[in-house]
Design a protein around this ligand. Structure first.
Ligand code: VGL
Ligand code: ZN
Length: 204
């Protein structure tokens, strides 16, 4: 039997309704995560973990506002509200998430000069978080991905997982999107399926 990991992407307060970068209905994903966790050989949670001076924050670009696009270290960067600052309540996992069921936490986005949507690499693919090696060291060949947000961190985590050689399935019922532009989340799902991610239907 091949081993399978569940990757829970950024189930943090700032992405939940009322949070700094709120995703509509984002908290509906927590119940899905809790229900699925016991079924896996390895449960990995990613945690967006920014310093307060992170350059993805619009507040650190006096001339720009949230949602605007800038160049950061040679990469396109959407500017976000200040979110998931290291050690703050907004960066903590949702209080209803069963954290006892999580085996490993991978923190990302700590380098102020580059964002990190994927749980595997920063957006410039310059530095690994160690997620691949961690999963491989546990004999994982398949990963199931869910969480927030469909159109950013879930998408880039799932695509990097494919590139890293894992079989990848997307638990759509456990994802919600930012939808800066209407339809972004659906387009992200289409992009993932097009790239070779398979959809996994779960009983909610
Ligand atoms: C995310 C924008 C900025 C995400 C993180 O978790 O999808 N999106 N930081
Ligand atoms: Zn972030």
């Amino acid at each position: 039997m091949t081993k399978t990991a569940l990757i829970l992407v950024d189930l943090q307060n700032d992405f939940m309704p009322g949070g700094a970068l709120a995703v509509a209905d984002g908290d509906a994903t927590v119940r899905v995560a809790n229900a699925l966790m016991p079924d896996y050989d390895l449960v990995i949670a990613t945690q967006d973990w920014h310093p307060a001076d992170h350059m993805s924050f619009a507040a650190n670009h006096p001339a720009n506002g949230p949602g605007e696009l800038v160049q950061l270290d040679g990469l396109d960067q959407v500017l976000w509200p200040v979110h998931c600052v290291q050690g703050t309540a907004g960066a903590s996992f949702h209080s209803a998430l069963n954290v006892a069921g999580i085996h490993e936490v991978i923190r990302k986005g700590s380098d102020r000069r580059v964002d990190s949507y994927s749980g595997f690499f920063d957006n410039g693919k310059r530095k690994s978080t160690g997620l691949s090696d961690l999963a491989r060291s546990h004999g994982i060949e398949t990963v199931h991905v869910m969480g927030l947000a469909t159109d950013y961190c879930v998408k880039f985590t799932a695509l990097d997982a494919l590139h890293e050689g894992f079989d990848v399935r997307l638990i759509v019922a456990g994802c919600r999107g930012v939808n800066l532009a209407p339809g972004d989340a659906q387009r992200a799902v289409d992009d993932m399926l097009e790239a070779g991610v398979k959809e996994l239907h779960v009983n909610e």
